[in-house]
Design a protein around this ligand. Structure first.
Ligand SMILES: C[C@@](CO)(OP(=O)(O)O)[C@H](O)COP(=O)(O)OP(=O)(O)OC[C@H]1O[C@@H](n2ccc(N)nc2=O)[C@H](O)[C@@H]1O
Ligand SMILES: Nc1ncnc2c1ncn2[C@@H]1O[C@H](COP(=O)(O)OP(=O)(O)O)[C@@H](O)[C@H]1O
Length: 286
């Protein structure tokens, strides 16, 4: 039996880190939402009990380092599953981009295996298992829009923002999430107003959402990679209503309500960025 699952990317509308914890993680306070740029996974049951990974992408590992593989291994171990799975992964989300591509693949694997291995677990149970694989995996299991706290695994559902166009541009650099958090100085970094974003989303106020966009990790990634700031400035000059770096970067997203403006942004960005996408925010569910 084969099951096909989609793994959508996320963006962080607001991201604050409130404290560095003794376990090496940061307590965060953020609003995340999914967009309709997705990887596609095919999960085929294997009687042999093996987990096999087939990602066919130069920068994505085909062994236990792959987050989809890890998710399958954690689930198999936890429920003592005798069957195995072959995971065929078609990558569309840019890698090491701040878009949670790997975390979303892990989450999609958990959702798909729940069906394939007939485990009958709730999304909440899958999210809790996902936290063992990565901080962003629980959000990716739930999808939609949420306020995330803890190290990212504590979730509170939020209404989705009003529909708009999202233009994503990734410069040709990858950044390590651990390095970015590692270099964060909470004493000097400019902090975003998370409550203002939550209010803006609840009020479905697009202008207020654009005004409240903020990411404390820009204080690390922007000085390290000037091209990220250049993309932000270019997007703003093209009339984007809101512009922000997603997660630890380096992907920058622009929000606009106007299709012609999204197209103009796309055409302009293609000049100096290989990876540019025009997508929509996803609704409540994937
Ligand atoms: C920054 C964010 C924002 O959504 O996304 P990305 O840029 O990765 O997409 C996340 O917090 C990334 O979550 P995720 O990518 O799952 O991180 P993990 O694998 O759990 O952790 C990788 C490393 O990042 C650091 N880390 C991660 C999460 C967190 N709340 N505090 C941290 O300090 C730790 O050093 C950890 O060892
Ligand atoms: N399924 C996967 N897709 C992408 N990268 C993966 C995957 N599994 C493991 N990785 C590794 O994780 C690193 C970060 O990947 P990714 O999830 O795309 O970044 P981010 O968390 O910044 O969005 C990559 O450099 C890659 O080596």
């Amino acid at each position: 039996m084969t099951i096909i699952v989609k793994a959508p990317a996320k963006i962080n509308l607001v991201l604050d880190a409130t404290a560095k914890r003794p376990d090496g993680y940061h307590d965060v306070h953020m609003v995340m939402t999914t967009v309709d740029l997705a990887d596609r996974l095919e999960l085929t049951e294997l009687a042999s009990g093996e987990i096999r990974m087939n990602a066919q992408h130069a920068y994505v590992p085909n062994d236990e380092r792959n987050l989809a593989y890890k998710a399958a291994a954690v689930l198999k171990e936890r429920f003592d599953i005798k069957s195995g799975v072959e995971i065929y992964l078609e990558k569309h989300i840019p890698v090491a981009a701040g878009l949670a591509g790997g975390s979303s693949d892990a989450a999609a694997t958990l959702r798909g295996l729940n069906e394939l291995w007939k485990l009958d677990l709730t999304l909440e149970q899958l999210a809790e298992i996902g936290a063992e694989v990565g901080s962003d995996v629980p959000f990716c299991v739930m999808g939609g829009t949420a306020i995330a706290t803890g190290r990212g695994e504590k979730l509170e559902k939020l209404v989705s923002p009003p529909p708009c166009w999202v233009v994503l541009a990734k410069p040709t650099i990858g950044v390590s999430t651990a390095d970015v958090y590692g270099a964060l100085d909470l004493k000097t970094a400019e902090r975003p107003d998370v409550e203002a974003m939550i209010e803006a989303v609840k009020n479905q106020d697009f202008t207020a959402i654009c005004d409240a966009l903020g990411n404390v990790l820009e204080s690390v990634t922007l000085p390290m990679h000037p091209e990220v700031e250049q993309i932000k400035a270019f997007m703003t000059s093209c009339g984007a209503e809101g512009v922000l770096m997603s997660g630890s970067g380096p992907t920058v997203f622009a929000l606009t309500e106007h299709e012609n403006r999204a197209q103009r942004l796309y055409n302009g960005l293609r000049g100096f960025c290989n990876e540019v996408y025009v997508v929509r925010l996803l609704g409540e569910n994937h």
